[in-house]
Design a protein around this ligand. Structure first.
Ligand code: ASP
Length: 450
C-alpha cells in the first residue's frame, strides 16, 4: 500500500481537489491520504493556516473575529460548491470554525496549536465528505481517536514511539482513510502541531506505521531540482537521490520536503516519491536508501542558506592553549546557544551559528562575555554569512571534485571564508558572504551540469 500526502497548493480549490481525486482513482494502492490545509490559490492569496494564526491572535487579543471566520468558512465552502455538495453538509465545519474561539485551552501556545491544526482537520473532513458524495468509499480518521501521540511541545511537537503501534493496529479495507496532517495529540489530550510544513511529517509517520511500499508526496513542482530555480535557470530535475543527500541539501535550503519528515522514512526504509499534483504523469523525484544507489551525476545538488552568522576569534598560540574551546563552549551552554560548525586554525577559530536562535541583544551579551573570558587578540561578528552545500554520493569516490567546486569561484573573484569537506564525504560546505552566495551557486552548478 501507499501513503499519499497532498500539500496545501494541491488542495487549495475545487479544481485542485478534482486533480487529487483523479490521482486517487488511478492507483488502488493509494490507501491512506494525508491532507494539508488549503493553501494559496494564487500568489497574493493567504493560506488557511495563516488565516487561522490570525484568528488565534485576534481571539487572544479579544478583538472581533467575524471577518476571519467568514473568510475561513468560505475557503471550505468554495471547494464544496465545486462538487455540488450542499452547504448544510458543512454545518459541523462551520460550527467548529465559529466555536474555536470559545474553547478553553491550557495556555495560548496550545490555543494557537489547536487553531492551526483545524486547517488540516477540517480539510480532511471535507475530503471524506466529497469522496462519499462522489460514491467513493472513504472515511475521516481522527488522530485523537487512534492515538497519534506527540510530545508536549505545543507548536513544535515530536512523535511518540507508541504512535507506531497504534497505526499498526488500524485495519485497512477498501475504504480510503483520510488523515489530517500537521498535528497529533499529547498524552493528556491536547492538540499539538509539528513545525510549519509539518504535514510531510504526518505522512512519513503513517508510512512507517503502515509499512507502506512507498510514500508519495504530492506538491506543486515537477521534481526536486539540482539547484534553486530562482537562482539557476532551468536546473536539472533530480530523478533519484538518497536520504542523506536530501538531509544535507535540506540543511542549506532545499525545502520541497520537510527535513524532519525524512527520519521516519529512513527508519523504515521507505522510498519517498515527490510528485506534482498538476503533472501527475511525470515521475517526480525518488528519495531512496543509500544501499545499491547508483549516482547519475558526480554532484546531485547545490544549495545555499543565509540563515547563518559567524564569530571569528584570533589569538596567538591558540592551538597550544589547553581549555580555550572548553571555556567557549561553556559560555555557549550558559546562553543556551548551539553552534553549527567550528573550523579552526593554529591561531584562529570561527564558530558558525544558526541566526534563528539569536536576538541582537543575545549576540551583544554573548560577544561581551566571550571577549571578557577569552581575551582574544581579535574578534569579529560576521552577520552576513551564507553556507553553500555541494552534495552528491558520486563525490565520495572521485578525486578532484573539490577543485571543480572551488576553481569557478576563484575565477570569478568570489571569496571563500570557510571550507569543510563533510565527515560524510558526500558533501563540501563553503562559507561565503551572503551577497556572493547566489553567484557562487550559479558558477558551481554550471561547472557540474553544463
Ligand atoms: N498547513 C501547515 C503549514 O502551512 C502544514 C503543512 O502545510 O504541511 O505550515
Amino acid at each position: 500500500m501507499k501513503v499519499v500526502k497532498f500539500g496545501g497548493s494541491s488542495l487549495a480549490s475545487g479544481q485542485q481537489f478534482e486533480k487529487v481525486i483523479n490521482i486517487l482513482r488511478q492507483d488502488q494502492n493509494r490507501k491512506v491520504i494525508v491532507t494539508s490545509a488549503p493553501g494559496k490559490r494564487e500568489e497574493t492569496d493567504t493560506k488557511v493556516t495563516d488565516l487561522l494564526i490570525n484568528y488565534a491572535t485576534l481571539t487572544i487579543e479579544t478583538k472581533p473575529t467575524n471577518i476571519v471566520t467568514e473568510q475561513l468558512f468560505n475557503r471550505y465552502l468554495e471547494i464544496a460548491n465545486h462538487f455540488g455538495l450542499e452547504e448544510d453538509k458543512l454545518q459541523t465545519i462551520k460550527e467548529k470554525i465559529e466555536n474555536l474561539q470559545y474553547e478553553k485551552f491550557e495556555n495560548n501556545d496550545y490555543l494557537m496549536a489547536s487553531f492551526k491544526a483545524h486547517g488540516e482537520r477540517l480539510n480532511a473532513k471535507l475530503m471524506a465528505l466529497i469522496l462519499n458524495h462522489l460514491g467513493i468509499r472513504a472515511r475521516f480518521l481522527d488522530p485523537e481517536k487512534f492515538g497519534f501521540y506527540v510530545s508536549d511541545s505545543a507548536n513544535n511537537a515530536q512523535v511518540l514511539d507508541e504512535t507506531y503501534a497504534n497505526i499498526e493496529a488500524l485495519n485497512l479495507t477498501d475504504e480510503l482513510l483520510i488523515v489530517p496532517g500537521f498535528f497529533g495529540i499529547t498524552k493528556d489530550h491536547k492538540i499539538a502541531t509539528f513545525s510549519r510544513g509539518g504535514s510531510d511529517i504526518t505522512g512519513a509517520i503513517l508510512s512507517k506505521g503502515f509499512h507502506a511500499s512507498c510514500y508519495e508526496n504530492f506538491t506543486d513542482v515537477d521534481a526536486i531540482y539540482a539547484a534553486n530555480p530562482n537562482t539557476v535557470k532551468n536546473p536539472y530535475a533530480i530523478t533519484k537521490m538518497t536520504y542523506r543527500e536530501l538531509r544535507e541539501l535540506s540543511y542549506a535550503g532545499f525545502s520541497v520536503f520537510h527535513d524532519e519528515a525524512i527520519i521516519p522514512a529512513i527508519e523504515a526504509n521507505i522510498t519517498i516519491n515527490v510528485k506534482n499534483t498538476n503533472h501527475s504523469e511525470l515521475p517526480g523525484t525518488l528519495i531512496v536508501p543509500e544501499a545499491n544507489f547508483e549516482p547519475e551525476n558526480l554532484v546531485t545538488g547545490v544549495a545555499s542558506s543565509d540563515r547563518f552568522a559567524a564569530l571569528y576569534l584570533h589569538r596567538y598560540l591558540l592551538n597550544k592553549e589547553v581549555g580555550f574551546t572548553l571555556k567557549l563552549l561553556e559560555i555557549l551552554y550558559r546562553y543556551n546557544v548551539s553552534y553549527e560548525h567550528m573550523p579552526s586554525g593554529i591561531d584562529d577559530l570561527t564558530i558558525i551559528f544558526d541566526k534563528s536562535q539569536l536576538t541582537n541583544f543575545k549576540i551583544k551579551q554573548l560577544c561581551q562575555d566571550i571577549k571578557a573570558t577569552l581575551q582574544p587578540d581579535e574578534m569579529q561578528w560576521i552577520n552576513d554569512y551564507a553556507i553553500i552545500m555541494v552534495v552528491g554520493e558520486g563525490m565520495r569516490d572521485n578525486i578532484g571534485v573539490l577543485d571543480r567546486v572551488i576553481s569557478p569561484l576563484a575565477q570569478n573573484n568570489i571569496g571563500i571564508h570557510m571550507i569543510n569537506q563533510g565527515a560524510s564525504r558526500i558533501s563540501v560546505m563553503l562559507g561565503t558572504r551572503q551577497a556572493d552566495a547566489n553567484l557562487a551557486i550559479e558558477h558551481i552548478y554550471h561547472n557540474f551540469f553544463s
